[in-house]
Design a protein around this ligand. Structure first.
Ligand code: BES
Ligand code: MN
Ligand code: ZN
Length: 493
């Protein structure tokens, strides 16, 4: 999708559709001041007639407006002017994208990025406009013989009256568009079925990304290589599967080699049956999404390759398939992790932490500035935070605060849960250094406590995306979260 900044008066711009916001007090935003008086009177009449009241979610299409080059005007409801915050702004953008798609419009001129959004600067307004509009055009088609129609929107012009904001707006548009491209990759990987999207497949996708981008180097470790490094915990998860496990390492080098990297590590369970601790059958198909952490890492690396910022980032994916079989790990089995710590596998369905812990030990070699793992780790996180906030846990207050605030800024929100010392006792084992489950209480936190035993040498945060990575029901599908949050954090470094 192409985003172009337009600084001329709105009535002089040629477009299939000029999109204007309307506040609930029936006022057009100040940003439409450039629209000439006659047109403003025309629009005021339509608004006064009650055809649109300006509440959020509304839209109204006007054909052949007089005195203006645009073929159509679309009015979009914004709600109350003094209540326009980031979330309402994003909702208005989504609503706009849906309305444009409904009329199959291939190009449009948007004025919404000039709206006065609370606590949001110009750069972010343009960034979110590009991200939301571009993300709205994603459709899953890979395994459908009749491909759904792609939204027609190809060319988006965005108005800008304050020319001093031009550089910030351009930068915002570029970031937003690259983030959306990363989200599309994350969504596609998440949505693909587990008989296509295997650990090997994820490795191939990462290799392909490395081939096409000079700044990215990919390495894919085989089971034999992992065995030599002592990754007994990661390997124990894939024991029952006919699919080989993989450790996928992507090194993005946009800065000098001396610059320490930030590391992101994704849980890549391409299907989670639970293993011998077999899951109940209902909605088990959704466990194909158990690699959405990995997908967000691949998506973020894709976004970085498109944007090419001068930073260093390592993306790691711990990929395995969790299956029951005669070779599968059994409850009570004890495995030795790469760190040397022994783990009693009391429940084979708590497999995410088993693959992550070895990946987290592996990344010590980068002497990272920070490490963030992203995982669909616990059902308990859905109980606690629903599909609204990602669970955030950390051994470092500064890192946790940053992630919280970046999440708010790009409306990809997370909420911190406590990881106080007392919870650690729940992981005591009579037979190994640590157990892989901590009982029914505080399941999201004890999962993080398990990981914390392997992350003592660097600032670390854990994002539990069990509730936010995909939607169930009619809109079933991967969301692309938390690519926006990860990008925002990485770009702030
Ligand atoms: N992938 C699941 C967590 C999950 C379940 C995410 C449902 C989203 C929806 C994870 O591997 C798992 O099975 N966790 C267990 C942990 C338990 C055995 C301690 C869980 O949450 O039940
Ligand atoms: Mn599981
Ligand atoms: Zn899982």
């Amino acid at each position: 999708m192409n985003f172009t900044i337009k600084t001329s008066a709105l009535q002089n711009l040629t477009t299939s559709c000029l999109v204007l916001g309307v506040f609930q007090n029936k006022n057009l935003p100040d940003s439409t001041a450039q629209v000439d008086k006659a047109l403003k009177r025309q629009l005021s009449k339509i608004i006064d007639a009650g055809d649109i009241s300006g509440t959020a979610g509304q839209s109204l299409l006007i054909h052949n407006p007089a005195g203006i080059r645009a073929k159509r005007i679309m009015l979009v409801g914004l709600g109350k002017k003094n209540e326009l915050d980031r979330k309402k702004y994003v909702a208005a953008l989504k609503n706009t994208a849906a309305a444009l798609a409904k009329y199959s419009l291939a190009d449009a001129l948007l004025t919404l990025a000039e709206l006065p959004v609370k606590e949001m600067d110009a750069g972010k307004r343009y960034q979110l406009l590009a991200q939301v509009l571009e993300n709205s055009t994603y459709r899953y088609n890979h395994t459908k013989s009749t491909k759904g129609k792609k939204p027609a929107l190809k060319k988006v012009d965005v108005s800008l009256s304050d020319k001093s904001e031009r550089a910030a707006a351009r930068k915002g548009l570029d970031i937003g568009s690259c983030v959306a491209r990363g989200m599309a990759v994350a969504r596609e990987m998440g949505n693909l079925p587990a008989n296509i999207c295997t650990p090997t497949y994820l490795g191939e996708q990462a290799q392909a990304l490395g081939k096409n981008n000079r700044l990215l180097k990919t390495r894919v470790l085989s089971e034999a290589q992992m065995r030599r490094m002592g990754m007994g915990s990661l390997l124990s998860v894939g024991h029952g599967s006919d699919q080989e496990s993989r450790l996928i390492v992507m090194e993005y080098n946009g800065a000098s080699e001396r610059t320490k990297p930030n590391v992101i590590v994704g849980k890549g369970i391409t299907f989670d049956t639970g293993g011998i601790s077999l899951k109940p059958g209902n909605a088990m198909d959704e466990m194909k999404f158990d690699m959405c952490g990995a997908a967000s890492v691949l998506g973020t690396m894709t976004a970085l390759c498109a944007l090419k910022p001068k930073i260093n980032v390592i993306g790691v994916i711990a990929a395995a398939e969790n299956m029951p079989s005669g070779r599968a790990t059994k409850p009570g089995d004890i495995v030795t992790s790469m760190s040397g710590k022994t783990i009693e596998v009391l429940n084979t369905d708590a497999e995410g932490r088993l693959v992550l812990c070895d990946a987290l030990t592996y990344v010590e070699r980068y002497k990272p500035k920070s490490v963030i793992d992203i995982a669909t780790l616990t059902g308990a996180c859905i109980v606690a935070l629903g599909d609204v906030n990602t669970g955030l846990m950390s051994n470092n207050d500064d890192l946790a605060d940053k992630l919280f605030h970046h999440g708010q800024e790009v409306v990809d929100t997370c909420w911190r849960l406590p990881m106080s010392e007392e919870y650690q006792r729940q992981l005591d084992s009579n037979f190994a250094d640590i157990a892989n489950i901590g009982g029914p209480k505080a399941g999201t936190i004890t999962a993080a406590c398990f990981l914390s035993r392997f992350t003592e040498s660097y600032p670390w945060a854990h994002l539990d995306i069990a509730g936010t990575a995909w939607l169930s029901g009619k809109a079933k599908g991967a969301t692309g979260r938390p690519v926006p949050l990860l990008m925002e954090y990485l770009l702030s470094n």
